[in-house]
Design a protein around this ligand. Structure first.
Ligand SMILES: Cc1ncc(COP(=O)(O)O)c(C=O)c1O
Length: 461
């Protein structure tokens, strides 16, 4: 064994003995070790390039090692790298202002921005805002297939019981409502002529007090908010049909139920628009964001809420606190990131590159019947892997694709590459694709060629 392989073997031995496995590594055995990253690529110790089509679950929208964002971080390290959150710093104020003004331009609503460290924590903060605004109502609606994080509060509104099973309940679990997953319609309807039957089914809950959520005498719902991802992330990049959210929002407004828009994975142009929900013509009451806000460089997440919900009288100082909540390294990179987003037409870029990739995926679907469905909005793309009938989910094949992709031996143009893919979906059979928004034409062609090699390898007899 050469020294590099020895070193890796020793690291993996220590990892097996000293690292918790609870923080979601070990999807693959042995787990892969990477040593550096640049643009759309991760590199292992042998310098094999792995084209990343998931970009840290859409946290690195602007490419690994983005020089402009790295420099913003370096500048902050040399000026004000640390500061307790009871004091202010310019970057925090400018970042909150930029985001709040952006929402105001988009939706015509005034509001404020509140920071925390990770996405789940920002979700927790949003739960406090919602409960506070509804006199302590603790019940929420959320979607089947929805994912909002793994802290205790966030797990309670995340659909998977798997994330709650061993920990008991610390709060009320959401009522989970079917998402308009048209490829596998929960009501067995067809998108073309369903008339959005799924919203009618939700609206029906309020027809009588005996359906359990509505007191007609008080005119009050038992539920304070509906938590949505406009396009489901972990759920498998499922895109709702036109008109769905508009019709849903009418029901929510009539019943005074807040709409909380979780943009943690789909925000910042992943799905074409700055916020994914903008694609669907409805206004949220609260927006929660994270991940790509700092291009994955330094953790910071947060939320925007309507002024009525978050003004200092309603949500006074100390309502939430985390030592690192608006840390200056995070706010400085995020500020640069938001400035950068305003300087180029990322919306057009996301839609154009997404359309190019989607056309390529559709071409692959024609040649490989295991691809039951492909879809995309902006650069949030999905490829659903199925059995010979083009419908039955094939998790084993999807796992195999990811394992083969991670071997780093797919050949294109005389060079060997790996592919970084991620699996999502209700049946864990969806390859969820979130390439860097900065990916160029050559890299997109390489991505499609590598997927072709991969599909050829896993489907040949
Ligand atoms: C839609 C959505 N909400 C919430 C979260 C939780 O964010 P974090 O992992 O930063 O806690 C995630 C993370 O994947 C997400 O995709």
């Amino acid at each position: 064994m050469d020294s590099m392989a020895l070193d890796e073997a020793a690291l993996l031995r220590d990892e097996a003995e000293y690292c918790s496995f609870g923080d979601t590594v070990h999807y693959q055995e042995p787990p892969k070790i990477f040593t550096r990253c640049e643009g759309s690529f991760l590199y292992d110790a042998a310098e094999t390039p792995f084209l990343d089509l998931q970009m840290w679950y859409s946290a690195v929208n602007f490419g690994y090692g983005n020089p402009r964002l790295n420099n913003a971080l370096k500048r902050q390290i040399d000026s004000l790298p640390q500061l307790a959150s009871q004091y202010l710093h310019r970057e925090k104020i400018e970042l909150a202002t930029a985001l709040a003004k952006r929402v105001q331009r988009t939706y015509g609503m005034k509001g404020r921005v509140h920071f925390n460290v990770g996405g789940s924590q920002a979700i927790e903060d949003s739960l406090k805002l919602v409960r506070n605004a509804s006199n302590g109502k603790s019940l929420m609606f959320a979607f089947e297939g929805g994912y909002h994080g793994r802290t205790l509060g966030a797990s309670a509104i995340t659909s998977s019981y798997r994330y709650r099973r061993r920990y008991g309940h610390f709060g009320d679990r959401a009522q989970f409502v079917p998402f308009p997953y048209c490829f596998r319609c929960p009501y067995g309807k067809k998108r073309e002529d369903c008339g959005l039957y799924c919203v009618d089914q939700f609206a029906r809950l309020f027809d009588s007090e005996y359906y359990g959520v509505w007191d007609p005498k008080a005119g009050a719902a038992e539920y304070a908010a509906f938590y949505v991802e406009a396009i489901q992330g972990t759920g498998g990049y499922v895109i709702p049909p036109p008109g769905y959210f508009e019709k849903l929002k009418e029901v929510l407004e009539a019943r005074k139920i807040l709409l909380v828009d979780d943009e943690i994975q789909m925000g910042f142009y992943r799905a074409g628009k700055f916020w994914a929900l903008e694609n669907f013509n409805v206004k949220p009451d609260i927006i929660v964001f994270g991940k790509a806000l700092t291009n994955g460089l330094n953790p910071i997440a947060g939320l925007w809420a309507r002024e009525e919900l978050i003004n200092p009288a309603a949500f006074p100082p100390g309502s939430t606190h985390s030592t690192f909540a608006s840390n200056p390294l995070g706010t400085a990179v995020a500020l640069e990131c938001v400035k950068m987003m305003g300087e180029e037409d990322y919306e057009a870029m996301s839609f154009a590159k997404g359309a190019y990739l989607l056309a390529g995926l559709k071409e692959l679907q024609r040649r490989y019947p295991i691809i039951g469905d492909v879809d995309g909005m902006g650069m949030a793309l999905r490829m659903e892997i199925c059995g010979p009938d083009g419908f039955t989910p094939d998790k084993a094949m999807t796992d195999r694709m990811c394992d083969e992709a991670m071997k780093g031996d797919l050949e294109v143009g005389g060079r060997r590459y790996g592919l970084v893919l991620d699996i999502g979906g209700y049946y864990k059979n969806v390859v969820t694709l979130a390439p860097a928004l900065t990916i160029d034409r050559q890299e997109m062609d390489l991505a499609l060629a590598l997927l072709d090699r991969l599909l050829h390898r896993v489907t040949r007899r």
